[in-house]
Ligand binder design. Structure first.
Ligand code: S3P
Length: 178
């Protein structure tokens, strides 16, 4: 079985995913990381040299290559579920967990950590706010297809991980989705 963490940039997928994997004794991967290692380029460099469409194709390729891996927690890039049929593929192949945060918290987080994120890095505060609000609205259509949704506002990494594990227990005991 595999777990896919999805959600907007800055929602804590990598940090929480790492922690969750350690607790489960599973492997952890981050799709952005895999792409960066495979190409030898940073994510901003990939966007500059090859463009977003190329990145989305690469992202999908990575996703396909992960579908056969077992006992693995996968932190996905914020856009991954929203392209092609990636969300359906993840839902067929494992448990999708949406780490939900309200736009104001995402904006606050991205204000401080936007350097590595080409889609937001040149935006001033007003542009960032507009981008997050509009993009989140569009993307939630996909994110809301997740099997588990965690409201990660005000949650530490430990408590968010606990919420995911509790939700997984319920899912496994109901035998739903398997
Ligand atoms: C993106 C999110 C990023 C990365 C790329 C595009 C997006 O990943 O894949 O910059 O479209 O939301 P994180 O969500 O890990 O920041």
């Amino acid at each position: 079985m595999r777990i896919f963490l999805i959600g907007f940039m800055g929602s804590g997928k990598s940090t929480i995913g790492h922690h969750l994997a350690r607790q489960l004794g599973w492997d952890f991967v981050d799709t952005d990381n895999i792409i960066a290692v495979q190409t030898g380029l940073s994510i901003p460099e990939i966007f500059t040299r090859h463009g977003e469409t190329w990145f989305r194709e690469k992202e999908r390729e990575i996703l396909l290559s992960l579908l056969s891996k077992d006992n693995i927690v996968i932190a996905t890039g914020g856009g991954m579920p929203c392209f092609a049929d990636n969300m359906e593929m993840m839902n067929r192949a494992g448990i999708t967990v949406y780490l939900r945060l309200p736009p104001e918290i995402i904006i606050e987080r991205l204000r401080h950590g936007h350097i590595d994120r080409p889609l937001v890095r040149n935006k001033n505060p007003e542009e960032l706010k507009k981008f997050v609000e509009e993009t989140l609205k569009k993307r939630e259509v996909y994110y809301n297809k997740a099997k588990i949704t965690i409201d990660s506002r005000n949650q530490s990494v430990e408590s968010a991980t606990r919420l995911i594990k509790d939700a997984l227990d319920v899912l496994f005991s109901d035998n739903a989705g398997f």
